[in-house]
Design a protein around this ligand. Structure first.
Ligand code: HEC
Ligand code: HEC
Ligand code: HEC
Length: 362
């Protein structure tokens, strides 16, 4: 029961399978894909609209092969490509846990996909090309903790679903591109592997702090979709968080690089004044340690260092909600006060001031 609840938490099932303002786990959340919109399903054990009548075999097939109980293919926006790596034991525990949720009767809307992806059978071709359903075999050259971490990150954690770039057909890219950073729902999910992650200076301790508490002091604070992930991880034991941190730290390459010194504009303009009025109280407070102040210097912000300005515009427009453990550390949304033009010039200003080592965005 407890293990099932942990796999459920790591899999972030509740976030995707709960509609905005809807009943927990009853499905109906719209998931936008480049090929159309689909809706998550009801995970509660209601026999007609949920998983109540599903055998373990049917559930296991859906989770590993992306085939629903009725036999139709599921779209890979449901991360079965990662869930296929779950051990038999964890899959069984997850199944048992789902059957203990309060049953809710809830029909969900039909997917609206563009041709030919509206034909679910096209997904079976996709599976032949891109899906390798197999459990992970432990790497004997690595420690038990490392292997545990890899299992959690690559399996139920499905971290690659957001952190790996996808090809034109929506499949996660592997090899050197795995976990190399990607745009997701208007947010930038930074690289977790290779030289870019190494340059950030990620180590076991900072990764642990980030995944456990939502903040690696001075380095990064989890916001947007990642704040949901961190909250969702809270039922996991410390040992599992540490195992993930150990595995992730092993994926980084190269030396840590200090954030560049901010470069004040030579000619303060209207955008500079806008920043000083709207943002500086929290981001460059005159008195250090103010309660509302951001944890992380803007020179470390990956939204500002991202390859495109889209994620930064999202942050300014929508603001940020800090994960559970950090009261008074939210950033207000500015979408109502600032015009799209102002957000664009503010973004260009932040890029020039806090990422002077990088080229301006086109
Ligand atoms: C990133 C969002 C996302 C996450 C995370 C996610 N799912 Fe889903 N899931 C979906 C979507 C979208 C569908 C519907 C796919 C379709 O209609 O083709 C789905 C479908 C399913 C189905 C098939 C149901 C049916 O009626 O055919 C099952 C079972 C399922 N999910 C279980 C889970 C479990 C268990 C977890 C956590 C371990 C989970 N999902 C996490 C998005 C998600
Ligand atoms: C739903 C999408 C999503 C999933 C799933 C996800 N992440 Fe993230 N992650 C993000 C986004 C977006 C950011 C950037 C957050 C920000 O700007 O504050 C991020 C940031 C991070 C960072 C900070 C990187 C940096 O250099 O600042 C780490 C570490 C991280 N994620 C680890 C993980 C791990 C481990 C998992 C799997 C357990 C995971 N993420 C799953 C979207 C996701
Ligand atoms: C009330 C305080 C407050 C104000 C005002 C504020 N912010 Fe923030 N901002 C935060 C907090 C808190 C975070 C979360 C990260 C942290 O704690 O370091 C944050 C994070 C950010 C990030 C980093 C996002 C990421 O994921 O990399 C950027 C960029 C940013 N703010 C820009 C702005 C801009 C531009 C303005 C003015 C239009 C502004 N902020 C106003 C509190 C504030």
């Amino acid at each position: 029961m407890q293990r099932g609840a942990e796999v459920f938490a790591l899999g972030n099932c509740a976030t995707c399978h709960t509609a905005e303002g809807g009943i927990a786990n009853a499905g109906g959340r719209a998931v936008e894909t480049p090929f159309g919109t689909l809706y998550t399903t009801n995970l509660t054990p209601d026999p007609e609209t949920g998983l109540g009548a599903w055998s373990f075999t049917a559930f296991d097939r859906a989770m590993r092969q992306g085939i629903s109980r009725a036999g139709h293919n599921l779209y890979p926006a449901f991360p079965y490509t990662s869930f296929a790596k779950l051990s038999e034991e964890d899959m069984y525990a997850l199944y048992g846990y789902l059957q203990t949720l309060p049953p809710v009767r809830a029909e969900v809307p039909q997917a609206q996909m563009v041709f030919p992806t509206n034909l679910r059978a096209t997904t079976s071709v996709w599976n032949l090309l891109y899906h390798r359903p197999a459990e992970l075999t432990p790497d004997p050259a690595q420690s038990e903790v490392w292997n545990r971490g890899r299992y959690l990150v690559e399996g139920a954690g499905h971290c690659s679903a957001c952190h790996s770039p996808r090809n034109a057909l929506g499949a996660e890219q592997g090899g050197a591109a795995a976990l190399s950073g990607a745009m997701i729902k208007g947010w930038f999910a930074p690289a977790l592997a290779g030289a870019p992650a190494g340059a950030r200076g990620w180590q076991v301790e900072s990764l642990y702090a980030y995944l456990r508490h939502g903040v690696a002091p001075g380095l990064a604070a989890a916001s947007g979709p990642m704040a949901d992930v961190v909250e969702s991880l809270s039922p996991l034991p410390d040992a599992d968080i540490r195992a993930m941190a150990t595995y992730l730290a092993s994926l980084t390459e190269g030396e840590a690089q200090a954030a560049p010194a901010p470069q004040l504009p030579a000619q303060p303009d209207a955008t500079h004044r806008l920043f000083e009025n709207a943002c500086a109280t929290c981001h460059e407070p005159a008195i250090a340690g103010t309660v509302t102040a951001a944890h992380v210097p803007l020179g470390q912000s990956m939204a500002i260092r991202a390859p495109s300005p889209e994620g930064l515009a999202t942050v300014i427009r929508e603001g940020l909600t800090a994960p559970f453990s950090h009261d008074l550390r939210d950033m207000p949304a500015f979408g109502g006060e600032l015009s799209p033009d102002q957000i664009e010039s503010l973004s260009a200003y932040l890029r020039a001031r806090y990422a002077p080592d990088l080229p301006a965005w086109p």
